[in-house]
Design a protein around this ligand. Sequence first.
Ligand SMILES: Nc1nc2c(ncn2[C@@H]2O[C@H](COP(=O)(O)OP(=O)(O)OP(=O)(O)O)[C@@H](O)[C@H]2O)c(=O)[nH]1
Ligand SMILES: [Mg+2]
Length: 292
Amino acid sequence: MKSGFVSIIGRPNVGKSTLLNAIIGEKVAITADKPQTTRNRIRGIYNEADTQIVFIDTPGIARPRNRLGAYMTDQALTTFDEVDIILFVVDEKLGTRGGDQFILERLRETQTPKILAINKMDQMGPDLYRDIFEEYEQAGVFTEILGVSALKGDNVPLLIETLKKYVTDGPAYFPEGVFTDLPERFLAGEIIREKMLHYLRDEVPHGVAVEIEAFAEKPNMTEISAVIYTEKKTHKGIIIGKEGHTLKGIGKSARLELEALLGARVHLSLWVKIKENWRDNGRMLGALGYRD
Ligand SMILES: Nc1nc2c(ncn2[C@@H]2O[C@H](COP(=O)(O)OP(=O)(O)OP(=O)(O)O)[C@@H](O)[C@H]2O)c(=O)[nH]1
Ligand SMILES: [Mg+2]
């Protein structure tokens, strides 16, 4: 048996979580066309006959603007020395945005093997792809560089084959058939947060946290009650929307996905509460699971 741990890291919004889901073949992590979607480490377990690879999707590495941001970046950086392979995901040229150089410097400081995935190949011309490839090749940090499309699944099998070369003899850490160790309660909160990212714009979804207050499995339905925390009164109004339409839409799309996930009918109640500056409030961050 061979097994190992792979950390998926990179700047926000490059497609790390989409790639995790493509590798596992299940929706493990939520995704959105907005940065800072992922806030915790999300483990997805890949199984083959004699191989188990535990992938750790991480929050995008960015300069923190609050304590939540510091926690998120830390969640990613601290995996570097804990895993067998670091999979660095990019979707544009080095230095297009600040931050890639910062990550490269951190990568140079660790002995862990590093592989680069150039993602979103489906929307890249060959010239741009070659430029990105050459820039990163010159950086001299990566043992392998390959292009993928997480969204279309292109080259994902090749990526898995490449990663398999780096895993060594070891036990299976999780039983077969288990694709994540995250509890249903956590997944439920993430699904609600994902729908908020889809329905809301600008600063509003980033200032939102979801707390599952009740999760009760009854004989023919699961009752879930969640509190949505927001930082501002104006944001609360936007989340609820005219005559409650926005919140109803969020609730309905979250409920449909929860029913598919849990294989049961779901009754979902959502409550919106204001909690000023929760992203800088240590106690709140801890209560919401943003603390080790
Ligand atoms: N065209 C294209 N879009 C992609 C691809 N992979 C991801 N995306 C899109 O990129 C956006 C960000 O994807 P995520 O997977 O949420 O990105 P992330 O790196 O996990 O983002 P954070 O969690 O915020 O750091 C989404 O709109 C995805 O659909 C790809 O291969 N091609
Ligand atoms: Mg993500």
